[in-house]
Each structure stands twice: as C-alpha cells, then as structure tokens.
Design a protein around this ligand. Structure first.
Ligand code: ADP
Length: 682
C-alpha cells in the first residue's frame, strides 16, 4: 500500500494548527498530516500529494469557510477520489450541509467543535483502519476478479478444446465411415473383378472336362486348372468372408444335407494329403450319428477343412483324428437352457475344454466335433490369440504359409451356427480343437441325393425350341454360357449391354434372359426394369409371355440381391456358377426338361429312332461342299456346338438323316464321332 496521508482543511489558522498538531502527535508515525486553509487549496494539495505518490486516506474539513464550503469540497473530493474517507468538522449543527455531505460525498463521520482530542484520535484511527480494510478488500476483490477472468478464459479455452475435439472426432468418425464405405465398394468391386475371370477359368475347365475328345493326360491338366481355380476361389472367399464378418453381413444359409456324405468326402479329400506326410487319418463316427441334418453345410464344411488343413499342416508324425458326437438336449430342459448331454463313444470331453453355454434352438441337437493332432502344439502364451485374424504362431515360422485368417473365420462361422470353439494344446504333444454346432435332424426325403445330381446331357423330346438371351459385357463370360447351352440345343442370342438386351428382347421375345448385373451403357437392373415396364404396357394390348430374367452377379453383398429382385429379376445366380445351377434354374423358371447321363433308355429315345448306317452318312456327307466339311471338322475339334448347329442348319432337307444324326451326336457331346465320320469319308 502507498504512504497514507490525512488532509485537514480549515480557514481558521489556530484551529487548523491545533488540529493538525494533535493528529501529528498521535498518528504522525503511520501517516503524513497535511493542512490546507481553503477548499481550493485543498484540492490543489491533494493533486500534488497524489503526484508525489501519497494516498489521501482521509480529509477532515471545516464546514463554514469563505469561498468553497466544506460540504461542497467534500462532494468534489468524492467525485474525484471516491475511496477517500471524509469527516466534517463543524461548530454549528448545520443539518442541511450535513445531509448534503452524507448524501453526495458519502460522509464518514461528523465531529463537533470544540472536539475532544481522544475522541478525535479514536475516530480518525477508526477511519484509517476502515480505509485500510476497504483497500485490502478492494485489492482482494481485484485479485478475485483477475482470477475470475483467468477462470473464464480457461473455461472458454476448455470449451473450445471440447468443441475442437468433438469436431475432430466427428471428422474422424466421418472419415472412418467413408473409409468403411470405400472398403465395401472396393471389396464389392474386387469381388466382381476377381470372380469374373475365375468364372471363365472354372467354367471352361468344367466344359472341357465334359468333353469326350479330351485325352486322359489333357483331362488331368484341366483338372489341375480346375483345382487351382477352386483354391484361388477359396482364398478370395476367405478374405471376403472375413470382411463380411467384420461388416456384420454374414448370414446363415441352412440346407438339408447328408452329414455322413460330407464327412466321407472330407476323409477322402484329406486321406492323400495325410498319407503323403506319412500321417494316419482316423474318422471316428458313432453308429447313431444322424445321417441327414440341417444347418449351413458350406460353413460347416469350411470350418472342418480349415481345422483339418491346420492339423495336417502342423503335424509331422503320428496322425490326425476326427471325432463327431451327438449331444442331445432334452425337451424338458429346453426351458431353462440346461441340457442333458449324452456322449456317445468312449471318450469324455477333456475337462480343460470349456464347453460354452449353448444357444438352445428348436433343433434340440448339437453335434460336437473334435479334431485332434499329434503335431507341434501351440505355446500357452499364444493360445488366446490364435483366433484373432492374421495371427500366426511365431515359433512356427517354418510353416508360415496361409493367411492367419482360417481360425478367425472358423470361430465366427461356428458362433453363427449356434456353437463355440475351444482349443487345448501342449507344445510337442499336439492340439485338440473342439466345437459344436446346432443342427436339426431331417428325413432322407428332404435331402437332395446324388441321384438328383446327375449330369444333363440333352433335352427331352417334345419341348419348344427355347430362346435364351445371354447378356454380359465380357465376351468370355458370354462364351461360357453359349458353349454350355448350345450343347443342349437351345436357340441363343447374345447382348453386350442392357440397351442391346432390351432391343433384342423386343423383337425376339426370349423365354429366358441370363442377365449380368454390372455392365457399361446400361446395367442389368436397369434393363430388367425397362423390360418389365414394357411387358406391363403390352399386356394391355395383347397377351405376351413373360420372359424369365435371372441375374448373374459376382457380388457377394446382400444389398445387391434385393436390388436385383426389386428391379424385376426372378432370381439370381452367383459367379462363379456351376453348370448344374444354370440347368436347374432353367428347369425351374421355364420348365426345361433334360435327359441325364446314366439314363440309357431315354438317351436312346433322344437319338434317332432308326440309326443311320455309316455308309449312307458318308454318302450324304460327300454331297456337302468341301468348305462346309472343313468348317464342320474344325467346329467339332473345338467343341463349338453353336457353330456345329449353325452348319447343320445349312444341310438341305433331302439330307435330313445326316443333319439329325449330327445334331444327336452334338447334343450328347460326341464331337469325336463327327470327326471320325469326316476323317473316314476322306
Ligand atoms: P493359417 O493356418 O492360414 O496361418 P489359421 O487362422 O488357420 O491361419 O491359424 C493361425 C495359426 O494358429 C497358424 O498359423 C498356426 O500358427 C496356429 N495353428 C492353427 N492350428 C494349429 C494346429 N493344429 N497345431 C499347431 N498350430 C496351429
């Protein structure tokens, strides 16, 4: 605090001197005592003292003075220095002046003349104390205000930080969402781009394998192409499966199937692999294992393949055992989600394997699978991580082929099938993976049997010549369907985009369209919508047959499925497709009836009732132009049924028996006989 001063004001020198003398004597040590004889002088002195760094704590002023009166002086001082305390010293009780001073100058006290020294000193001391307190309070207040301002600033900056951080998070969330979308689009595109060429590889390989002219060595090579294609497809599917699982798009596709057959197929599939490594492979199936069950066969098969692959991969001596057991939940216990588990076979589940809480389903049946190997084992510290994607055990570097995705996918699939997977392993001794899945037992009649899997080799007689339009922007893909369908004597046309498809549909009215979904110019959905619209318009004018439209898509995303159906397609088939599904869909949607292999009676009926002699065929052939014969020879060698049929259509009616015989041979894939006929005639 600055040095304090007290200013005394009185026009009477004697009074002023005595007054200041008393104050100096009592308070001279704590503050300066100054004197002025008029209001004017007082104001000047205050300014001067302030300039010297003194703080005027108190002014004691007489009221009756010439010129400026005490109350006026005090009011002026108050206006200029509101903190300074004011005391009035007066001989008369001038109530009006006092009232003014109280109201306008915030008068602190009033001292009557003549004064008592002790009273005066006490009053002035009290005034000084009050002034100091006020000052302290003001300073503290100032400090508090400063702190408050700082707090407010801090608060504002915190709020700004929160706003900034929220914005950053929102941006990050948006970026993540965009990235996620981009990932989905990328996957959809990648899936499309990879599956389309694979479709050609697998499809043409299948076609070649149907060929009767292929020599056994080439057939082996084609089989290798086919197997490698299938393997590639599995890898692509693995990556896509995982992405779909992550995006929550995986669904359960339950079907009825032959469980024993599945296990037998797997045993056959892995037997050679195991033998190659000198390992035993044991499949231990209880007698009462249900033969026909309902669950997602594809996913179950994939889980078993993943686990068996690993078991064989990580085992160098001993073997691999597969055990399947039936666990039964009794109906009585379904309500409280406990089950009586009846284990069949002589083995108990190892106690260390924690059987998870089962989801009770209407099936009332759980199958427990165990895949045990005597291989490398998994270190305890790593056992918790092996189900995570892209995890491979460090100590098994030498085996590091694979993607580290198999177990992650396996676990997700098993959970989707209502089960759980557990693992128990000991380094150097081997590993047991055990899992269970919920299934329902079904009747044999509800399952597609091998009988129904026969191969289509011709069309039954007495059917219309079906017009089929094949729409795909890729030449390879169109060729695949053309080759496949022309072998069965369908009438075919092709279009390379939606616009062409709509134009052809208008004039040609096909029975069925195989419609690729993604195409330039106009995509398959748009073309379908246009056709459906025109159909609805024409329906009013005259009766037209509705064209069946089946989409072919390489996308694995469920969204596309609803888009396809909404556009008006009757169904869709995924690429790469098996020829079986193409034939089935045509039977389902336009009622095509086939002749199957291993049906000698029907087959004979399809071939001309009266076989024509080789001699008369050679004779008829020799009447055809040489150029035609050469083209036919070439077409037969490249199994180009479309070309063969086109050439047959040029045979004059007089040589109908030649045309009919060639057609029959073509329809049962006997291009070799056409070749023999031409070669023997030359
Ligand atoms: P991948 O086999 O393609 O690398 P998985 O997800 O199927 O991927 O397996 C992850 C890892 O778990 C394997 O790389 C291997 O280190 C370990 N593993 C899986 N099964 C076995 C097994 N039966 N024995 C020993 N280690 C195994």
């Amino acid at each position: 605090m600055n040095n304090l001063a007290i200013l005394c004001v009185d026009d009477e020198t004697i009074i002023l001197d005595s007054f200041t003398e008393q104050l100096r004597r009592n308070l001279g040590k704590t503050c300066e005592i100054e004197a002025a004889q008029s209001g004017k002088e007082a104001l000047e002195l205050i300014e001067e003292l302030q300039g010297e760094g003194l703080e005027i704590a108190l002014v004691v002023s007489d009221q009756i003075m010439p010129g400026m009166k005490g109350d006026e002086l005090l009011r002026k001082i108050h206006d200029l220095y509101p903190k300074t305390l004011k005391i009035m010293l007066t001989g008369e009780a001038d109530a009006q002046a006092l009232g003014k001073a109280v109201n306008e100058a915030n008068l602190y006290r009033y001292i009557a003349k003549p004064w008592d020294e002790t009273d005066l000193i006490l009053t002035v001391k009290e005034a000084l104390r009050s002034y100091s307190q006020e000052q302290q309070l003001a300073e503290q207040n100032q400090e508090l205000k400063k702190l408050n301002v700082q707090l407010e600033q801090l608060n504002a900056s915190l709020e700004q930080k929160v706003v900034d951080r929220t914005l950053e998070l929102q941006k990050a969330a948006l970026a993540a969402e965009v990235a996620n979308k981009a990932k989905s689009v990328f996957l959809a595109n990648m899936s499309h781009e990879l599956r389309s060429p694979l479709n050609s590889i697998l499809g043409f390989a299948q076609l070649l394998m149907r060929s009767s002219t292929l020599d056994p060595k080439d057939k082996d090579n084609v089989e290798i192409i086919s197997r490698s294609g299938e393997h590639l497809l599995t890898l692509i599917n693995n990556v896509l499966d995982l992405s779909k699982i992550e995006a929550g798009r995986t669904v359960l596709n339950e079907i009825n199937f032959d469980l024993r057959q599945l296990l037998e197929d797997l045993e056959q599939m892995f037997r050679l692999k195991a033998e190659d490594k000198g390992l035993q492979l044991v499949f231990d199936l209880p007698v009462d294992l249900p033969q026909y069950v309902r669950t997602d066969e594809v996913k179950l098969r994939q889980c078993l393949i993943n686990l068996l692959n690993n078991a064989i991969k990580f085992t160098s001596e001993g073997g691999v055992s597969v055990r399947v057991r039936k666990q039964k939940a009794t109906t009585a216990e379904l309500g409280n989600s406990q089950q009586e588990i009846s284990y069949l076979g002589d083995r108990k589940v190892p106690e260390t394997i924690d059987l998870p809480a089962k989801r009770i389903c209407a099936a009332c049946l759980f199958l427990e699978f165990e895949i045990e190997d005597t291989g490398a084992g998994i270190p305890a510290v790593e056992i918790d991580t092996i189900f995570e994607a892209f995890t491979q055990i460090k100590s098994q570097n030498k085996y590091q082929e694979g993607t580290g995705l198999g177990l992650a996918i396996t676990r997700s699939f098993i959970q989707l099938m209502g089960g759980e997977i557990a693992v128990k392993s000991e380094v150097g001794n081997g590993t047991i993976f055990s899992f269970d899945v919920a299934v329902s037992s079904v009747d044999a009649a509800e399952v597609e049997t091998k009988q129904q899997m026969r191969r289509e080799i011709g069309l039954e007689a007495n059917q219309p010549r079906y017009r089929i339009l094949i729409v795909d922007d890729k030449w390879d893909n169109r060729q695949l369907l053309i080759r496949l369908l022309s072998s069965l004597n369908f009438e075919l046309k092709e279009a390379s985009n939606g616009t062409e498809a709509v134009d052809i549909w208008e004039v040609w009215q096909p029975h069925l369209i195989w419609m690729d979904v993604r195409m330039p110019v106009m995509d398959g959905c748009e073309a379908t919508r246009k056709i459906r619209f025109q159909e609805s318009q024409k329906q009013g004018e005259f009766a037209i047959d509705r064209t069946a439209i089946i989409a072919i898509t390489a996308s694995t995303f469920e969204e596309e499925r609803s888009l396809i159906l909404e556009a008006g397609c009757d169904d869709f088939v995924r690429k790469p497709f098996r020829d079986k599904i193409i034939f089935e869909k045509m039977a389902e949607f336009i009622g095509v009836r086939y002749i199957y292999e291993e049906e000698p009676l029907q087959l004979a009926a399809a071939v001309s009732a009266e076989p024509v002699s080789e001699f008369s065929l050679s004779q008829d052939l020799s009447t055809m132009p040489q150029e035609w014969i050469e083209e036919m020879y070439e077409a037969a060698q490249s199994i180009d049924n479309e070309k063969i049929l086109q050439l047959i259509s040029q045979i004059p009616p007089a040589r109908d028996s030649l045309g009919q015989t060639l057609k029959d041979w073509a329809s049962i894939f006997r291009c070799d006989r056409i070749i023999d006929l031409i070669e023997s005639a030359n």
